[in-house]
Design a protein around this ligand. Structure first.
Ligand code: ATP
Length: 238
């Protein structure tokens, strides 16, 4: 049934005003099945962020549809509690601890203060003792992890992460990969974007590759990444 499909996008298109004829996303269709860890891969400007922001109901597509567990997503519609999303630049109160910030956020979303799911999400995020420190003492990587933890509170069935490794150094990138793996281990569904194949090939089960707003490849990670063909000619590190 449609209600069992975490995410299905169909014919999605978006053009920004003033960007002439250029589509940021053009006739994009794909589906994420339950339990998949799907990497949305593409070079800078491919349209990953635009796609994810449409999925989160932050911007309105020009055409096409997005269904999350069977519900049509559109700006202004209530965000489903089954979905958690990470976008860059989440704001935290610097003088409060990481834990206090997350509790504040959790209560602001109208959920009960004590929730076993919250503790499990914090466990998965692996912030450890840092949770009890003021956010102003956090490195960029720690802030990013806290923002990921925030998206994971309540253990949503679908977790959407837009470039969670942006600005992180290699050890932090490896940690982020482990966080995604731990989250998905219980059969939860994750959609994660990146511009580096090396970042997603080990943590993802499936890939959707975008370039210039269009889907250029999709399938199980072994078929897409292991084919030996260059996905993006001239893009180092791919
Ligand atoms: P990145 O990895 O750099 O974030 P991306 O794959 O996420 O890239 P998008 O950010 O979705 O790609 O951008 C797709 C295209 O849309 C790019 O050409 C970009 O310049 C353009 N674009 C994105 N946001 C806007 C905006 N607010 N106004 C005009 N054009 C935009």
């Amino acid at each position: 049934a449609l209600a069992d499909v975490p995410l299905e996008i169909s014919g999605l298109s978006k053009r920004y005003h003033g960007a002439a004829d250029r589509y940021a996303v053009r006739e994009l269709s794909f589906r994420v099945e339950r339990g998949q860890v799907l990497g949305l891969l593409g070079p800078n400007g491919a349209g990953k962020t635009t796609t994810m922001r449409m999925m989160m109901g932050l911007i309105r597509p020009d055409a096409g549809s997005i269904r999350v567990f069977g519900h049509a997503i559109r700006p202004g519609a209530p965000v489903l509690s089954r979905v958690g999303a990470f976008v860059e630049g989440a704001g935290f109160l610097p003088h409060l601890t990481g834990r206090a910030n997350l509790e504040l956020y959790w209560r602001a979303t109208g959920r009960p203060a004590a929730d076993a799911h919250v503790e499990e999400a914090l466990e998965i995020a692996g912030l450890g003792e840092a949770l009890e420190r003021a956010v102003r003492t956090y490195s960029q990587g720690m802030r990013q992890r806290l923002a990921i933890a925030q998206a994971m509170l309540g253990l949503p069935d679908l977790l959407i992460l837009d470039e969670p490794t942006n600005g992180l150094d290699p050890p932090q990138i490896r940690e982020m990969r482990d966080v995604v793996r731990r989250y998905a281990a219980a059969g939860r569904t994750v959609l994660v974007s990146s511009h580096l194949l090396s970042e997603v090939e080990q943590s993802c089960t499936h890939l959707v590759v975008m370039d210039k707003g269009r889907l250029v490849a999709a399938g199980p990670v072994g078929e897409i990444a292991g084919g030996g063909q260059a996905l993006f000619v001239g893009a180092p590190g791919m």
